[in-house]
Design a protein around this ligand. Structure first.
Ligand code: UDX
Length: 424
């Protein structure tokens, strides 16, 4: 099938490659001319394991093309995937301006009877309003909701091995057309109405955010009562009704999805007259988690941060990505800096202008009053802790991911403060 993808961001590029791998021909439309040039030259503007090679392979086979004109990109395509950003607006609502302006631009430029496939995360009711927008300008194009569930760092795998494929459509024929793209993939298909499909995405992210906030708050309770949260969760996750995933305590959630989607769902519910009290509590608890960790670092550095140097291992919002959007590490670093600390950071992939970046994990700890492990990169477990102890000025390690081996850290003569662990 000929598919057009509008938006060469994270979701757009992974979907573009994935669809070519399933045998389709894809033309990508992207407004940023520089980005289009880089893609044509075989460079990928995002870091995702294996993606650059996969996209180059698709280009070589002439299965993918890049265009700075959206109108050009949609020529000959029956399906037009909208992979545009829906950032958090000032009041927590999702900002739909990118999606709406592309639909306005392409309403009558697409092939007759083509289908706009909304991949962007949009509030329930958006597909219905886009449908009206198209009808108002006499467009014959239709709308399908088809949310994505790609995890950064695992997106290539997730595309080919989806837990489910969700398609919300007005016409069965449109749903079949989209479902047909995935012939050969073994997965569950959820075919539903557009609003329910939109809601599945928000419900999934809100549920996952709640679940990991539960793990974080359990860690805090364990810390208070003297239990070891890792043993507690090992016992909890074996209950088959609970299961093993998404229960790793940490500094709270970050990234491009959870913070904005949880905020947006609260406003969606509010606009419909429902107070989503539980989700509001999750967001507040998540925010407090970073303050709690900043407080631990303050204690670790001797009780005050003015003039202190804090080494931070990890800047990315999670391991396996260079993405720092809403990164808990950065948000904690800001709290530490507000209190007068100098934060010196190292990350294998990510970087930030807000911080003094070090070329290595060992370099970062030199002269540090305290060390904070903020992202769960496995390479931090391989750093020689004896050397860390020798280079640090202070002697306390705050491990906000429970990543390091406490025995090894202690054997090097350092204090180990994990999350919800004995001695934390
Ligand atoms: C998420 C959703 O999982 C994906 O389906 C959606 O489409 C996009 O948003 P992503 O943002 O890549 O994916 O991150 P994810 O792996 O879900 O992690 C989100 C946050 O939760 C990260 O900050 C991560 O560090 C944190 N997390 C996750 C934990 O602290 N503990 C866990 O056990 C799991």
């Amino acid at each position: 099938m000929n598919v057009s993808i509008i938006g060469a961001g994270y979701v757009g590029l992974v979907s573009a490659w994935g669809l070519t791998a399933l045998g389709h021909r894809v033309s990508v439309g992207e407004a940023d001319v520089g980005r289009v040039d880089r893609l044509k030259a075989g460079e990928t503007p995002i870091f995702e394991e294996g993606l650059t090679e996969l996209l180059s392979g698709a280009s070589e086979k002439d299965l993918i093309s890049y265009h700075s004109s959206n109108a050009e990109a949609v020529q000959g395509a029956k399906l037009v995937f909208l992979c545009l950003p829906t950032p958090e607006g000032a009041d927590g609502r999702a900002d739909l301006s990118y999606v709406e302006s592309v639909v306005d631009e392409l309403a009558n430029a697409v092939e007759p009877d083509s289908v706009f496939v909304v991949k962007s995360t949009v509030p329930p009711g958006t597909a219905a309003s886009l449908r009206k927008r198209l009808a108002d300008v006499g467009s014959s194009a239709r709308v399908v909701s088809h949310p994505e569930f790609l995890r950064e760092g695992n997106a290539v795998f997730d595309f080919m091995n989806p837990d489910r494929i969700v398609i919300g459509a007005y016409e069965a024929e449109d749903a079949d057309l989209v479902a047909g793209l995935y012939d050969g993939l073994e997965t569950e298909f959820i075919l539903t109405d557009v609003t329910s499909a939109e809601m599945i995405k928000y419900a999934s992210n809100a549920y996952l955010a709640t679940r990991l906030t539960m793990a974080n708050t359990l860690a805090n309770v364990c810390e208070a009562v003297g239990a070891d949260v890792l043993d507690v969760l090992a016992g909890v996750r074996l209950d088959h009704r609970i299961g093993p995933h998404f229960l790793q305590p940490g500094p709270g959630y970050g990234g491009s999805c959870f913070p904005k989607d949880t905020a947006a769902l609260i406003t969606v519910a509010e606009d419909a007259g429902y107070d989503f009290e539980l989700l509001r509590a999750v967001i507040e608890a998540d925010d407090r988690q970073r303050h709690r960790i900043a407080e631990k670092v303050r204690q670790a550095a001797g009780g005050g941060l003015r003039g202190r140097r804090v080494a931070m291992w990890g800047v990315a919002f999670k391991a396996g990505t260079d993405d720092v959007r809403e990164s808990p590490a950065l948000r904690i670093a800001r709290l530490l800096k507000e209190d007068g600390a100098e934060v010196v950071a190292y990350d294998p992939k990510a970087s930030s202008d807000e911080l003094t970046m070090s070329p290595s994990a060992l370099d970062a700890v030199t002269g540090a009053d305290a060390l904070l492990v903020a992202t769960e990169w496995p390479e931090f477990c391989r750093v020689d802790m004896v050397e860390v102890a020798a280079r640090m000025k202070g002697h306390r390690v705050v491990d906000s991911r429970n990543l390091l081996d406490p025995a090894q850290v202690r054997a090097a003569g350092l204090d180990y403060w994990g999350l919800g662990r004995p001695g934390a």
